[in-house]
Design a protein around this ligand. Sequence first.
Ligand SMILES: [Zn+2]
Length: 396
Amino acid sequence: MLVYPPEGHETDSKRIFVLGSANSSCLINDSNIRLERNGNFCKLIQLKLGENKIQINIDGKSFTRTIYAIPNANNNPNPIAYARPYQAFNTANSEYKNHKTIKPSTQGAINKLASSKNILRSILVSNSDISIPLNSLPDYTLEKINAYHYKLDLGIIEQDLDWIHYSDLNPEIKIEKISDTIFDIKFQKPVINHKIKFKNQVLNISFTFKEVSLRNLLVCIDPGHGGSQFGAISPKGIFEKDLNLSLAIKLASELNQRGIKTILTRDNDAELSLSERIKISKKNKCGLFISLHHNALPDARDPNKESGFSCHYFHEHSFDLANFISLKLKASSKQDFAGIYKQNLHVLRENPDTLSVLIELGYLIHPLESDLLCKKSFQTKTARILAKALLEFGRS
Ligand SMILES: [Zn+2]
């Protein structure tokens, strides 16, 4: 069978891959195409601008595919090899909502005058506290961006700051200077509370964290795609949406057996928008979100040359989880490791109060890897590795 490209496909790529499987033979434009031992084939062919008629013969049956190569007018990404029209992830930048700005109640003219004498010389960071020695209380604001990210604006302080001192080797708090008076404060654990005091000429902000233990977290498992969004497609015609769902159900069961509560964004072939998926996670106050996918490539790339699993995150507080899962998969899988990526993906970006990762378990369009990904035994093993990894991460 031929699974890609579909008839009448339009692309601004100069090349396209022809993907499918055969019992005994495959010819493309009259030349013999090598079949893998599992019968799968994938051949990258050149396109000329305009109409391209590709002659295909699979197991003695001939047919034509018409592909339209259009000029690359802008730098839009090529469509991914999805079975149905590719639905682009919504990458529009949307502002975070629910910002809270906390201002000290004592601010005013007196402090503004006094703070002009303030010179910021050091910031001392311990695991849960930030201490800033100052002459007087400045006209500052502490803004909550999300549970893992605050912004501190110290107002009109003069600065002579070379160092931010950390009293612990692995502080829960990391500070980044983004302007003369503004600092990004990032946390490894979600903040539930903070207290501010100014005493003995030290501005002290102490944070209380929520303990991230899987025992008290609800895990949201998100099988990608569904309904008419088939996702990627294997050379034998298996849809990504179905693999994502069966793996998600296996992962939920592995976690439940270990006493971890889970919720699935879909437990059948339902079609959900990306924002609906996030809504489910938020409504149920899930502390961990894991989206499961199987990978594909844009038209111009060669599926024979790319394989392996990859882990994706967006907010920095989710990097450790992405890294941990990668290490565990690497240790127990024979697959290639395609890397950890910071990705501006809707389901990662729009769920900032949650540890959120998206895992691509391998390339469904790779002639050999696809058969592995479709095996029930592979899915069972992968679900077990992921469950164990999450459990171990929750304990560390
Ligand atoms: Zn996908």
